[in-house]
Design a protein around this ligand. Structure first.
Ligand SMILES: *Cc1c(COP(=O)(O)O)cnc(C)c1O
Length: 423
């Protein structure tokens, strides 16, 4: 049953309550390897489910357009202060509704429509909002995109520098959504300085690793840092923009009134809870374990002959090219899901196939590490992974079902905040 329990939803809307409970069960029973997902604590769930959702508070603490902010102001200040302390930044805006609006606000603060902007291409591992053609960032700006080297699968910093000096973008985004390697913030900062661009570090995927000391911090290198709060940072769905004092007011004005109306105060409270959790010494242990698990899983997968982009991982994420196994990313992801192993199909660099039917899958360890899995479990996960792919190639649904049962059995031994097994 979902925790906290939802008896009132069950009474007034049993159909919905059933779906909520089944989703909680699904999350409990599966090996969740989607690298952008996690399990939040009960405290985060509780804070996100409060009457704070009833309140409008356009503006910022002390400067609101609605009355009745006696308790909302200190809640938002608490979240801001905890973000500043955790990451060591001058300024934090905790109001962006999610990572994509946060990045749009960054563009709004620094660019005019038609300006040149630069980010990593989607097929190389960049995020949609870093200038991909179908998005606002690709349509409203002149987007220049950098990639990775074909031979190494890693960012080519010489290419980034050449492009930046030639195209002179207003902003350069570093970071992305399918990058298995450490991001070299000082190198990007040097390139941005030489090109006269503002460096934006989008740490959506790795914020928790940075907070826990398991990935270098962009602070001191990138004057603007955008992040989601719901990936490795293990908070509610939301986002933050952090910056040096110099850029604080431009970014605040871009978020409100530039782009958004009232902040989601229940989310702000849950962000505050998650930031306090991330400041605990145990969280550094969590971040280290996420990376250790990803390394162990990558090694085990390499042992089964799988091909990994860049040959492995430095962080929480693994990008796998399935071409040599004779299966597409999408059928593989679907078969793995039926086998209780949840991940997403993904393009790989220089992918000859279409994004909706690409060559690879993307996986990672933030969620399974929260559940308590460790290095010693990774060989078993990799073995099931291999078995499920082989079963998919042979259309052996019985084998896939057997793996799903074994996965359920393993995960039953690892508690999940948000789910109480039936008594
Ligand atoms: C997830 C992600 C985002 C967008 O976050 P949403 O909350 O899904 O809008 C932005 N940038 C990067 C690098 C991401 O990984």
């Amino acid at each position: 049953m979902h925790q906290p329990p939802v008896p009132n939803v069950a009474r007034t809307d049993p159909e919905l309550a059933e779906l909520i409970n089944e989703e909680a069960r699904r999350q409990f029973e599966k090996i969740r390897l989607i690298p952008s997902e996690n399990y939040v604590s009960l405290a985060v769930l509780e804070a996100a489910g409060t009457v704070l959702t009833n309140k409008y508070s356009e503006g910022y603490p002390g400067r609101r357009y609605y009355e009745g902010q006696q308790f909302i102001d200190p809640i938002e200040r608490l979240a801001q202060e905890r973000a500043r302390d955790l990451f060591g930044v001058d300024h934090a805006n905790v109001q962006p509704y999610s990572g994509s609006p946060a990045n749009l606000a960054v563009y709004m603060a620094f660019c005019q429509p038609g300006d040149t902007v630069m980010g990593m291409g989607l097929p190389a591992g960049g995020h949609l909002t870093h200038g991909a053609p179908p998005t606002a960032s690709g349509k409203w700006f002149r987007s220049v995109q950098y990639g990775v080297r074909r031979d190494t699968g890693r960012v080519d910093l010489d290419e980034v520098r050449d492009l930046a000096l030639k195209e002179r973008p207003k902003v350069i985004f570093c970071g992305g959504t399918a990058i298995p390697r450490t991001i070299d913030f000082p190198a990007f900062a040097a390139i941005a300085a030489e090109a006269g661009a503002t460096l934006i570090a989008d740490i959506a995927h790795i914020a928790g690793l940075i907070a826990g000391g398991a990935h270098p911090s962009p602070v001191g290198h990138a004057p603007v840092i955008s992040t989601t709060t719901h990936k490795t940072l293990r908070g509610p769905r939301g986002a933050m923009i952090m910056s040096t004092a110099e850029h604080a007011s431009a970014l605040d004005r871009a978020v409100f009134p530039g782009l958004q109306g009232g902040p989601h105060n229940h989310t702000t409270a849950a962000i505050a809870v998650a930031l306090a959790e991330a400041a605990q010494p145990e969280f550094a242990g969590y971040a280290r374990q996420v990376v250790a698990n990803a390394r162990a899983l990558a090694d085990a997968l390499l042992g089964h002959g799988f091909e990994l982009v860049s040959g492995g991982t430095d962080n929480h994420l693994i990008l796998m090219d399935l071409t040599s196994r004779g299966i597409g990313g999408k059928p593989a992801a679907k078969a793995l899901d039926r086998a209780g192993i949840e991940l997403n199909y993904n393009t790989v660099p220089f992918d000859p196939r279409k994004p909706f039917d690409p060559s690879g899958v993307r996986l990672g360890t933030p969620a399974i590490t929260t559940r308590g899995l460790r290095e010693e479990h990774m060989p078993q996960v990799a073995a099931w992974f291999d078995d499920a792919i082989m079963a998919a190639l042979k259309d052996d649904e019985a084998a896939i079902e057997r793996i799903g049962g074994e996965v359920r059995e393993l995960m039953a031994g690892f508690p999940m905040a948000g789910w109480a097994p039936a008594a």
